[in-house]
Design a protein around this ligand. Structure first.
Ligand SMILES: NC(=O)C1=CN([C@@H]2O[C@H](COP(=O)(O)OP(=O)(O)OC[C@H]3O[C@@H](n4cnc5c(N)ncnc54)[C@H](OP(=O)(O)O)[C@@H]3O)[C@@H](O)[C@H]2O)C=CC1
Ligand SMILES: CC(=O)N[C@@H](CCC(=O)OP(=O)(O)O)C(=O)O
Length: 348
């Protein structure tokens, strides 16, 4: 082991976000990647599973059971929801920091979790410990956290679009409609009938109408921006026949007095010191952010209808997952926010 480097391990690295996390940690100057797990491929070198890492990340995949023996200081859990909570329950007393990619600790309480995830939570104490890992809103809390709940990919793009407007009271909160589209990697590495390329390629459609679990995640976080006053949003996701990328188009009725100049000024000043959000002059495409660590946000005021239209594009595997997790890790270990994330274009 290399002295003075942060010892990191990834749990669930055969999947999409886990492998992106390995790439980012491998490039981070202050991190040593000391363990990578997979239950289905235990014993194989990581690079056998992901050949793009041949010669760079050849660590053998180990079982999650071996994680407590590694001596890691930070664990990235890239596991499905309902699975993550059991590992957090077992490992929270190891004195290790945990960044959980799943939805298991993003909501406010076990009761809300049971309502939206249809399952009784098996580690309810975690709700009191977890900090919601959106650094643009909660950097100082993340700095103090031992357990970070990394946001969902759709909520990341939705919240970055709407949080400044809700916080500054510029829109009617109950008028928010979020139309979101995601590439297929958002659905995880295992294809299903609904996420198979042939199905998605020919049958673009909405899903999860009125019941998608990200609805409550977005509602709770927007409600925090207005002093915990509740609000309801209409959130509808769609699956795109692309491998990666998310585009959110969010609509809301403007409050009296808002105009295009004030909208632009509010959003630009909100993100002025946030290195991973670019406020862009035109509606961003998914290609704008492919392979990048940042969210591209574009505010638009439709004077005719009196509505705000916010568009936001992110790479779901990076700003929607792995880059965001690394940003939080930097905060938790007192490093500069952009440490290890400078290789790709940052804000000019
Ligand atoms: N994909 C995305 O764009 C985003 C995903 N997320 C969230 O991040 C998490 C990971 O997502 P993603 O990478 O797409 O998922 P994948 O389905 O691609 O990968 C899941 C990983 O979990 C491992 N795993 C599954 N079950 C178990 C188990 N019981 N014990 C130990 N390991 C297990 C699998 O490894 P193996 O089978 O080899 O053991 C695999 O490596 C999820 O919670 C997801 O919701 C969040 C934001 C964006
Ligand atoms: C395209 C696609 O299927 N997306 C997933 C959500 C993406 C994600 O990973 O969300 P969590 O981290 O909250 O699980 C879905 O709609 O269920």
């Amino acid at each position: 082991m290399t002295p003075n480097k942060i010892k990191a391990a990834i749990v669930g690295a055969s999947g999409f976000t886990g492998s992106e996390m390995a790439r980012l940690l491998h490039q981070h100057p202050d991190v040593e990647l000391i363990g990578i797990t997979s239950e289905s491929h235990t014993g194989k070198p990581f690079s056998t599973l992901h050949p793009q890492f041949l010669g760079s990340i050849d660590l053998p995949l180990i079982s999650a059971e071996q994680v407590p023996d590694l001596g890691a200081e930070v664990l990235f859990l890239a596991l499905p929801h309902r699975v993550s909570m059991d590992y957090v329950a077992r490992w929270h007393e190891l004195g290790v920091k945990i960044i959980d990619f799943s939805g298991d600790f993003r909501l406010s309480s076990p009761e809300v979790y049971a309502e939206w995830y249809g399952e009784t939570h098996r580690y309810p104490a975690g709700f009191g410990q977890a900090v919601y890992g959106l650094p643009e809103l909660y950097a100082s809390e993340i700095q103090q956290a031992d357990l970070v709940a990394n946001p969902g990919c759709y909520p990341t793009a939705s919240l970055l679009s709407l949080a400044p407007l809700v916080q500054k009271d510029l829109i009617e909160p109950d008028s928010i409609i979020i139309d979101a589209k995601s590439g297929l990697t958002g659905a995880g590495v295992k294809a299903s009938a609904g996420t198979h390329f042939s199905e998605v390629n020919e049958n673009f459609k909405a899903y999860g109408l009125g019941v998608h679990r990200h609805t409550i995640e977005i509602e709770e976080q927007l409600s925090r921006q207005r002093g915990k006053q509740p609000l309801q949003v209409q959130f509808t996701p769609h699956l795109l026949p692309l491998d990666r990328g998310i585009l959110v188009t969010a609509y809301a009725k403007a409050k009296a007095g808002l105009d295009a100049a004030r909208l632009q000024e509010t959003v630009a000043s909100f993100y002025a010191d946030k290195p991973f959000v670019h406020v862009v002059p035109e509606s961003p495409g998914i290609k704008t952010v492919r392979g990048s660590h940042f969210a591209a946000v574009h505010p638009f005021f439709d004077q005719r209808t009196g509505r705000v239209i916010m568009t936001c594009a992110i790479d779901n595997l990076l700003k929607g997952a792995a880059s965001q997790a690394l940003h939080s890790m930097n905060l938790m270990f007192g490093l500069p926010e952009t440490r290890g994330l400078e290789q790709l274009p940052l804000k000019p």
